[in-house]
Design a binder for this molecule. Structure first.
Ligand SMILES: NC(=O)c1ccc[n+]([C@@H]2O[C@H](COP(=O)([O-])OP(=O)(O)OC[C@H]3O[C@@H](n4cnc5c(N)ncnc54)[C@H](O)[C@@H]3O)[C@@H](O)[C@H]2O)c1
Length: 442
């Protein structure tokens, strides 16, 4: 099939690459000129494991092309996926401007009717709103069909998630389009991945409900972690003991610095907006947000207690991206941490295997903030190591080398990702989330 995709960000580019890989002919529109220039060279502007290889495969097959022209996309296909951003407005409501702009541009230039499929996460009722908006902007008074096909990929394992999804959800209010989606996702259906067909409102709500539920799990375990920290338990054992119950499950039950990234924080807010619009109370979601916001204060308090004061202290930060496996720093814990630590007078040396270029644009190098060439380099002479992102290279790093490199052998593990026994054997003073006090075995 021929398919057009608007937006080549994390979702659009993965969608384009994977649909092209199974043989669809994809034209992907990107309006950001620097991003487009990289894509046109056959490279990826984002870091995602395996993506470069898939892009070179589909380029050589000739099944994926990029353009800046929505007109060309409209001519290319009658099926157009929207994969543009839906960030939060300052008041927490969803900013639909990218989605509306793209829909209006398609309506203005289309000579024939189209089926518009939103992979962007949009509030309940957006499909209906967009179909009216597009009709108003169509010079030919065309009626467009709007469908919702929310995306559930996780950055860091995005290709794997797209190719092996738990489910594919399609919301469409006209049943006759079912066969079209069966054709788009034929390769997935053949392999037995479930395609759930529903109405647009349910599909829109499934996405917000799923992300908000996962964020709730994270805040829940962080609340339990605070209890364990005071009561003297071990959060890793508690989470395991809970998670082995299949009704609870082990995923998203890791205590730490809380959730971040471009989805959970804004999707919780988006669901609250929807709830308010329909007169439904939002206390549960507000509590999830509050617990999450407190995580950074909580860890800073523990670091300060261990160090005495931040003033003039050299702190090494490992990890800047919001999670391992991606260069994405949107709503990352590192942003708040770095800003607080600099305000408090700390001297920071940071390292991340992928996210430093983007981070430098927000926090340029300065007298008190430097960027290290390697994890080892970041440690040298520091008063403490603070682990912010659980990259594999940090998990694999020898605790003995950490001990030798630091000036003061203090490790604060914001992701509980080091091997505890090895850390103790190395004689490090180790602060974990969800455990009472540093255990020093030096
Ligand atoms: N990132 C994720 O992990 C993830 C997962 C599931 C769902 N989502 C949802 O998918 C949507 C996209 O997220 P993302 O992270 O890929 O966003 P993103 O900001 O990385 O990408 C959006 C891209 O669309 C481009 N764009 C915007 N308007 C355009 C237009 N009119 N024409 C051409 N290009 C245009 C932007 O330049 C940008 O490159 C959001 O609604 C998000 O909530 C994201």
């Amino acid at each position: 099939m021929t398919i057009s995709i608007i937006g080549a960000g994390y979702v659009g580019l993965i969608t384009a690459a994977c649909l092209a890989r199974v043989g669809h002919r994809i034209l992907c529109v990107e309006k950001n000129p620097s991003r487009l220039a990289i894509l046109e060279k056959g490279q990826s502007p984002i870091y995602e494991k395996g993506l470069d290889e898939v892009l070179s495969e589909v380029f050589s097959q000739g099944t994926l092309r990029f353009t800046s022209s929505i007109e060309e996309a409209s001519e290319h296909s009658d099926v157009i996926f929207l994969c543009v951003g839906t960030p939060s407005l300052p008041n927490g409501d969803v900013d639909l401007s990218q989605v509306e702009d793209a829909a209006i541009s398609i309506a203005r230039c289309s000579q024939t009717t189209k089926i518009i499929v939103s992979k962007s996460t949009v509030p309940v009722g957006t499909a209906h709103h967009l179909s009216q908006l597009m009709r108003r902007h169509s010079p030919h008074d065309l009626e467009f069909t709007l469908a919702s096909n929310p995306e559930f990929l996780k950055e860091g394992v995005a290709l794997e998630d797209f190719m092996h999804p738990d489910r594919i959800v399609v919301g469409c209010d006209q049943n006759q389009w079912r066969t079209l989606f069966e054709e788009i996702y034929q390769s997935w259906i053949k392999e037995g991945f479930p395609l759930l067909f529903t109405d647009t409102i349910s599909a829109e709500l499934i996405k917000y409900a799923s992300n908000s539920f996962l964020a709730t799990k994270i805040s829940f375990i962080n609340m339990i972690s605070d209890i364990a920290e005071n009561a003297g338990g071990r959060i890793s054992d508690i989470a395991l003991g809970m998670g082995l119950d299949p009704r609870i499950g082990r995923l998203f039950l890791q205590a730490g610095l809380g959730y971040g990234g471009s989805c959970f924080p804004k999707d919780i807010k988006g669901l609250m907006q929807t709830a308010r619009n329909f007169g439904v109370k939002t206390e549960l979601l507000e509590a999830v947000e509050h617990i999450n916001a407190d995580r950074i204060k909580h860890i800073l308090h523990r670091v300060q207690k261990a160090l005495g004061s931040f003033l003039g202290k050299k702190i090494c930060l490992w990890g800047l991206s919001f999670k391992e496996g991606t260069n994405d720093i949107r709503d990352a814990a590192s942003l708040t941490l770095v800003s607080h630590l600099l305000e408090e007078g700390a001297i920071l040396k940071v390292y991340d295997p992928q996210a430093m270029p983007d981070f430098m644009e927000i926090f340029p190098p300065s007298e008190r903030l430097s960027y290290a060439q390697s994890a080892q380099d970041a440690l040298l002479d520091a008063d403490a190591l603070l682990i912010v992102t659980a990259w594999q290279e940090f998990k694999d790093f020898s605790p003995h080398r950490i001990k030798e490199s630091l000036r003061n052998p203090l490790v604060i593990d914001g992701r509980n990702c080091l091997h505890e026994n090895q850390v103790h054997q190395a004689g490090l003073s180790y602060i974990k989330i969800g455990e009472k006090s540093p255990r020093s075995h030096s």
